[in-house]
Design a binder for this molecule. Structure first.
Ligand SMILES: NC(=O)c1ccc[n+]([C@@H]2O[C@H](COP(=O)([O-])OP(=O)(O)OC[C@H]3O[C@@H](n4cnc5c(N)ncnc54)[C@H](O)[C@@H]3O)[C@@H](O)[C@H]2O)c1
Length: 266
């Protein structure tokens, strides 16, 4: 049986993971490759990409890796052109890279605010700038951006730039969706909640609770109605649906992947 993304080419940013296991980008790259896509998997860290290739098993044949720091605007066009040259086209763009910094306007420095905007929001603007011309040329495409429930709700701590930039990603995607709808380019956002990805152990526990991973996991689970925590594979499955033709009439909207967290109010 043909895969759900057979014949499609996907460009993914942040296709590694900050630690071992299923981060959002790694899971998306592997899932897309399993479904027959040719995947141009980029990341700032080659070692992280090697682990993605390893986890892809026999499907690694569908993945080509490339180094890309999405905060270096000049490199983005080159990387997207390498994908188009190598695989002949570009059908799907998935913007995975992003992350939080703690604090509100008083605690956060101006430098951290600017860096958060570059990392979480400008990076999405720049990849779209260079991916759109190929999609316009062929009058089809699917762009999937990653936001966060922090972009739509208070999620337990002040991370003002993260919340603002992720909210920005959602509205950026809606506007782009309407602008390019006539060219049959769809733009949607996946909104993950509090997942158990390697980022929890690698960064977040230090940032939030002095390194106490168990405490952080308990705090996160307590907010989630479903009795378990999702991981990057849950994000990947939502992105897969939005990338495939199964979602051909869906654009300018969001899929929330949060175990019901944003639906509750107690
Ligand atoms: N993990 C969660 O619980 C969660 C929840 C909500 C939203 N998200 C969002 O999902 C996305 C991915 O999160 P994650 O925790 O899976 O990712 P992660 O922190 O594991 O990072 C994924 C990859 O991004 C790479 N990366 C870091 N800086 C980069 C740069 N400047 N250029 C290119 N690559 C870079 C890292 O090397 C890593 O391999 C982010 O946008 C994040 O905001 C995550």
């Amino acid at each position: 049986m043909a895969g759900r993304l057979e014949g499609k080419v996907a460009f993914i940013t942040g296709a590694g993971s900050v630690g071992s296991g299923w981060g959002n980008g790694r899971a998306t790259a592997v899932r897309f490759a399993q479904e027959g896509a040719k995947v141009f998997a980029t990341d700032i860290n080659l070692t992280r990409l090697d682990e993605t290739l390893h986890l892809a098993g026999e499907f690694r044949k569908n993945i080509q890796v490339g180094i890309l720091d999405v905060t270096q605007s000049g490199s983005i066009e080159e990387s997207i052109q390498s994908c188009i040259k190598g695989f002949g086209t570009l059908d799907i763009l998935v913007n995975i890279v992003g992350g939080s910094a703690k604090g509100g306007p008083i605690e956060m420095t101006e430098e951290v605010w600017d860096a958060q905007v570059d990392f979480n929001l400008k990076s999405v603007f720049m990849t779209c700038k260079y991916a759109l011309p190929e999609m316009i040329r062929k009058e089809s495409g699917s762009i999937i951006n990653l936001a966060s429930t922090s972009g739509i709700r208070w999620t337990g701590s002040a991370q003002i730039a993260y919340a603002a930039t992720k909210a920005g990603v959602i509205q950026f995607s809606r506007v782009l969706a309407v602008q390019y709808a006539k060219q049959n380019i769809r733009v949607n956002t996946v909104v993950p909640g509090q997942l158990h990805t390697p980022m929890v152990e690698t960064r977040l526990a230090k940032q939030r609770v002095g390194g106490d991973v168990e405490l952080l996991l308990q705090q996160r689970q307590a907010r989630i109605p479903l009795p378990f925590m999702g991981d990057g594979r849950d994000t990947a499955n939502a992105a897969l649906f939005l990338a495939s033709d199964e979602s051909r009439f869906i654009t300018g909207t969001e899929i929330i992947v949060d175990g019901g967290m944003s639906a509750r109010c107690d």
